[in-house]
Design a binder for this molecule. Structure first.
Ligand code: DGL
Length: 284
């Protein structure tokens, strides 16, 4: 494996990770906001979806990915996957990072989102749509309570949405059934929900359909821009880390599955054509 961006000064691109394509919706917003940096995206498509997998499995897969990003010289890795952020981030930060090169960092998408999402809601009743793994972890209610004490958080797992999106069926009539089903199940939990957070990086692809089944007064929020703003703020507050991030405006994409499939699908998420390279994580 070529150490594509490796530098003697421990400088490198910002790593962005997802189980598959979803993290590209976050990368797109990050690149819009911070185009000067280099980015290395990796989607573990061969092992996606993560949303239905156990804690141990998601942790193990995510740790392998983080180790690969570090080998490529990334000083900072963003887990642009709620499931990985919910199930693996804390253990990696607390147990694994201290044993590795101490200056490298791994950040997730849940904390930056929960810091701000309470401000979107007038009624302080927020709905969260995510994978089964994210919902069962209870990460969103726990974190939101810290930033907005007393806030009411209602969750709904949407296990059919990622397969529909990954198979490019999200615009089909068949998708309507599952969108309506999960939205109804969420809204039945409280008539006061005025904000719905898409807590899975795949779901922005369904946002138009979701809005069809939600009252006009209820806002539907995707987290890409929130995460991008938070990363900008983080780099402003951490000068050493900022210096470690190379700035040539380069992008590289890796997938653990077929590059043809990735390149055909990725543009839908990223908004631009993508040329990926193959990665065999088991050979690392
Ligand atoms: N995109 C991932 C997330 O944000 C989940 C997709 C999956 O189930 O692998 O949670």
């Amino acid at each position: 494996m070529v150490l594509y961006f490796y530098s003697m000064h421990e400088q490198g691109p910002i790593g962005v990770f997802d189980s598959g394509y979803g993290g590209l919706t976050v990368l797109k917003e990050i690149v819009n906001k911070l185009p000067q940096y280099d980015y290395l995206y990796m989607g573990d498509n061969a092992r996606a979806p993560y949303g239905t997998r156990s804690f141990e499995t998601v942790y193990h897969y995510t740790l392998e990915a983080v180790q690969w990003f570090f080998k490529q010289g990334c000083p900072l890795v963003i887990l642009a996957c709620n499931t990985a952020s919910a199930k693996a981030l804390r253990t990696i930060q607390q147990n694994d990072l201290p044993k590795m090169n101490g200056s490298r960092r791994v950040l997730g998408v849940i904390r930056p989102t929960t810091e701000i999402i309470g401000n979107y809601s007038q009624t302080k009743n927020v709905g969260v749509l995510g994978t089964k793994g994210t919902v069962l972890s209870n990460s969103y209610p726990i974190e939101m309570e810290k930033f907005y004490p007393g806030i009411r958080v209602f969750q709904q797992a949407c296990p059919m949405w990622v397969p529909l999106i990954e198979n490019n069926e999200h615009r089909s009539k068949g998708a309507d059934f599952f969108v309506e089903e999960y939205i109804d199940a969420l809204l039945q939990q409280s008539p006061k929900i005025d904000t719905i957070l898409l807590a899975c990086t795949h779901y922005p692809l369904l946002i138009d359909k979701i809005k069809q089944f939600v009252p006009a007064s209820t806002q539907v929020v995707s987290q890409g821009e929130i995460v991008a703003n938070s990363l900008k703020d983080y780099l402003q507050r951490h000068a050493e880390m900022e210096k470690s991030c190379t700035k040539n405006g380069k992008l590289a994409f890796y997938t653990t599955d077929s590059i043809d499939d990735f390149d055909n699908q990725a543009g839908v998420f990223f908004g631009k054509k993508v040329n990926s390279m193959h990665l065999d994580l088991s050979a690392q």
